[in-house]
Design a protein around this ligand. Sequence first.
Ligand code: NAP
Length: 282
Amino acid sequence: MTGPASNEPAGYPGLVAVVTGASRGLGAGMAEAFAAAGISLGLCARTRPPVPDGAVAVSRSVDVTDAGALDRFAAEVVDALGRIDLWINNAGVVAPIGPLADADPVAVRELVDVNVLGVVHGTASFARHVRSRPGRGVLVNLSSGAATDPSEGWAPYCSSKAAVEMITAVVALEERPHGLSAYALSPGVVDTEMQVLIRATPKERFPTVGRFLQRSEEDRFNSPAWVAQYILDELVEGDPGGHGDGGPGPHDHGAPVRLRVPEPEHHSPAGPSGPGPPARPR
Ligand SMILES: NC(=O)c1ccc[n+]([C@@H]2O[C@H](COP(=O)([O-])OP(=O)(O)OC[C@H]3O[C@@H](n4cnc5c(N)ncnc54)[C@H](OP(=O)(O)O)[C@@H]3O)[C@@H](O)[C@H]2O)c1
């Protein structure tokens, strides 16, 4: 454990968040933003994640495909930090990209192991923790527009994110009586190594690569800090799953589970493109 934080942070002191896949990209960026908001952190990836300056954190090398290792990591975070309030299954991969007919079955299996089983293991681990202690827990599973929009070259990725959304929807129903609010969150396009890999894929293997190249030319991305703020404002502070007073009952299929982080206003002349908060100048 690193810390303690020297200057008393504003925002969410006392809250504990786990972020998987926190060694780089969106996960590392969200960890920075959470630390700045005073949130204590449990961070993991295969490469041990960096601890943001001044953060109270447990950082470990964990492969999310290993259910036992994730359970041990969760127990270590609880031992060190007392409890876990927010768990973000962010670890994910996009490769292999290309027609399914040509795909290496081993590579496809590796993607499914990380994107689907990794989320299953993290979700189950957190659900057991929330059942074991009083109070609410918020689960966020990183999804993608690819869950619902088919793209040639992305059969493994699209189907893995569709699975994430259904896993999340089922667990939201199963665990709501135990205090868990579960969300599948599409973060929008965030400029990470995953995007670099996507942009480097030849058009023959990924015909819609032009869309991503154009975004990069226009520098039209959601930042990790923006995504983190959405999670805090809308999912931790807000209650879209209806867990608060007067919310829907445990078997209400209308409760929102699939959410999309809107684009900041200055990126989108027409305003935010999906459900979410009004644009905030952060
Ligand atoms: N970037 C986007 O525009 C975008 C859009 C929609 C959805 N998403 C989703 O957002 C999430 C983060 O994406 P990103 O763009 O930040 O990707 P990224 O830059 O490639 O980072 C992926 C992270 O996942 C970790 N990871 C991969 N395999 C792992 C494993 N077996 N066990 C533990 N950690 C593992 C990586 O660390 P190690 O390699 O050290 O393990 C890394 O920290 C993914 O689920 C992705 O599908 C991203």
